[in-house]
Write a protein that binds this ligand. Structure first.
Ligand code: ATP
Ligand code: MG
Length: 583
């Protein structure tokens, strides 16, 4: 490892890796604003809707928004630059406090702390007052078209819409209806409040957009206080302006909403006396191949029990990645490597995995574990003898120290893959008559193979050479080195091998649930009866290791118990996926 350009060969369409804190168009805009004294500080917000768990795409937005606040606080210590966490809770139907708790845990785990926790619902009373103001100013009206009629009146991208017959309602009539909407006199859908802008506007978002709708649904924060709820396009600019946000950063699909964002602020700023005049800037959302990222699809996987929950290690959720054993540092490094751009692209999963390996290489002690064991009996090793051999936790290129003792005895396990009955010429592991080195121990030679009636190998009998402890004897070359575990001292364990969620780069277009057919059946393989070296018996949940020659593993935070370990594979040592796809 260590070559940062490694993923480039196999990248689909990813941006070049950028060092953390590199400049980008958002930082350029901010620097210009500060230089021109349009702003003296930088106030950003991360505004998730509490209707699901966060995923790696959100991590990109979190790293950007919180990252900016942290950076400018460092650059301008007196400025009061900060980042808010704001729950965008304007749709009571899908939102829940359970998700709010999960989101806060995830943001903290990623390494960020907010300067103020807010809810869009904190401002419902203000938003209502501003709506009455807009009606009074002739800039909003209550519309009573049905959904179908509204759609028909809207027109299309190529043709102008038509004015609603309710557009010319008097201010008094609209005010009266709007107050009665709030008082609960009408059913869902009977009336809406719309901005009076322009039904012929080339931007369809500007064709008298809806500002409020009736929803007789309890809200997880405001209970039954409200039965009318503001739309995102109305609530978001107001929340930003009230909080004094300077730079409101969102993803590209909101580009067309910017005009409406500005309309809301421009039409309220004199009346409301907002502390700032925020601007919206759009950046490319993160897409990753071989997985799904939209909350709707993640919800479908969770609710349909295709995965074990929001924290299933196959999911690209922060909770899933945490349980999988990814580190916050590696996710932040990944987000930095992707950079902040204006054009959408898909990043290769290999780039994320590179960042995980790069981080764990320095952090995860090396240990021995046999995942698919086959028994070796060393005929010339004394029955009851046990040698405690010193083994280093770290390879030479990691500047850390530490060793443990691994017991060696007459019966050991090696990996089934490290033995072949009829090996090809370039096979340097164990085979009849062949010699192989056991990591930290002796060289052994295969003398006999015990098979059952079906020809399955049950046991391999070997001899060891006492002169070979730790080093090859002069004049003899033993090429292969394999890992092993003493049978008598082994700790049994369950090991879960995780891989890409989908077997296709992108979920098939078309009907929504079709992506379920693309789930990779090998995304989770559960192995039982794995044999771990003795020192792993007491592994603490959440502890990470490199199982030599196998990959990086973590003791599962939910299911692993001292004495009964369960390990998750975080990532393989090399990009085995790219290789298997090339075959
Ligand atoms: P999804 O589209 O995945 O269901 P969302 O956009 O509805 O997610 P929100 O809770 O509204 O989810 O998102 C909170 C913030 O995170 C928004 O500012 C949004 O732009 C940003 N965000 C969401 N998905 C991504 C992504 N894939 N890449 C970058 N930022 C994202
Ligand atoms: Mg959203």
């Amino acid at each position: 490892m260590g070559n940062p350009m490694f993923w480039k060969e196999i990248t689909v369409n990813s941006s070049a890796p950028a060092p953390a804190k590199a400049s980008d168009f958002i930082r350029d805009i901010i620097n210009e604003d500060l230089q021109a004294e349009r702003h003296q500080k930088v106030i950003t917000r991360f505004p998730p809707e509490p209707n699901g768990f966060l995923h790696i795409g959100h991590a990109k937005s979190i790293c950007l928004n919180f990252g900016l606040a942290y950076e400018y606080r460092e650059k301008l210590p007196e400025s009061g630059s900060r980042c808010h966490l704001r729950f965008d809770d304007t749709d009571p139907v899908k939102e829940d406090t359970l998700f709010e708790d999960g989101i806060q845990e995830d943001v903290r785990w990623l390494g960020f702390e907010w300067d103020g926790l807010y809810h869009a619902s904190d401002y419902f009373e203000k938003m209502y007052e501003y709506a009455e103001y807009l009606i009074s100013a002739g800039k909003a009206y209550v519309c009573s078209l049905s959904d179908a009629e509204t759609k028909e009146y809207r027109g299309t991208v190529t043709s102008a819409g038509k004015n609603s017959p309710y557009r010319e309602r008097t201010v008094e009539e609209s005010l009266d209806l709007f107050r009665r909407m709030r008082a609960g006199e009408f059913k869902d859908g009977e009336h809406v409040l719309r901005a009076k802008i322009d039904m012929a506007n080339a931007n369809m978002k500007m064709r008298d957009p809806m500002l409020y709708r009736i929803r007789h649904t309890s809200h997880h924060m405001t209970g039954d206080k409200w039965c009318i709820y503001p739309m995102y396009d109305y609530a978001h600019p107001i929340s930003d302006a009230i909080e004094g946000i300077t730079h409101s950063i969102c993803t590209l699909e909101f580009e067309n909403n910017r005009e409406l964002y500005d309309w809301v602020i421009d039409n309220l700023i004199d009346y409301a006396k907002f502390p700032s005049r925020p601007h919206q800037y759009e950046f490319a959302r993160l897409n990753l191949n071989y997985t799904v990222m939209s909350k709707r699809r993640l919800l479908e996987l969770v609710e349909g029990k295709h995965v074990s929950g929001w924290d299933d290690p196959r999911l690209p959720t922060i909770a899933g990645m945490r349980r999988r054993g990814y580190t916050p540092e590696s996710i932040r490094a990944f987000c930095a490597s992707v950079g902040v751009a204006k054009a959408n692209s898909t990043v290769d999963m290999a780039q994320l995995e590179f960042c995980i390996r790069d981080d764990l290489n320095q952090k995860a002690p090396r240990v021995l574990a046999v995942l698919k064991p086959i028994k070796i009996v060393i005929e010339n090793y004394p029955d009851d003898k046990v040698e405690e051999l010193e083994a280093s936790y770290w390879p030479h290129d990691v500047p850390k120290e530490g060793t443990r003792l691994v017991p060696f005895s007459k019966e050991i396990y090696i990996e089934q893959d490290d033995f072949m009955l009829e090996p090809p010429k370039d096979y340097f592991r164990l085979a009849p008559g062949k010699e192989v080195r056991l990591r930290y121990a002796y060289c052994i030679t295969c003398k006999e193979v015990i098979q059952d009636a079906q020809g399955n190998v049950q046991e391999v009998r070997c001899t060891y050479d006492p002169e070979t402890l730790g080093a090859n004897p002069v004049g003899r070359k033993v090429k292969g080195t394999i890992h092993w575990v003493s049978a008598r001292h082994a700790q049994d364990a369950e090991v879960r091998l995780y891989d890409r969620l989908l077997s296709l780069e992108a979920p098939p277009a078309g009907k929504d649930s079709e992506f379920l057919n693309a789930i990779n059946p090998e995304a989770l393989q559960t192995l039982t009866g794995c044999k771990l070296e003795r020192s792993l018996a007491e592994a603490k949940p959440g502890e990470r290791f490199q199982f030599e020659r196998q990959g990086y593993f973590v003791a599962d935070v939910k299911d692993s118990k001292p004495g009964m370990p369960v390990f998750n594979r975080i990532v393989t040592l090399k990009d085995s996926w790219a290789r298997s796809q090339k075959k």
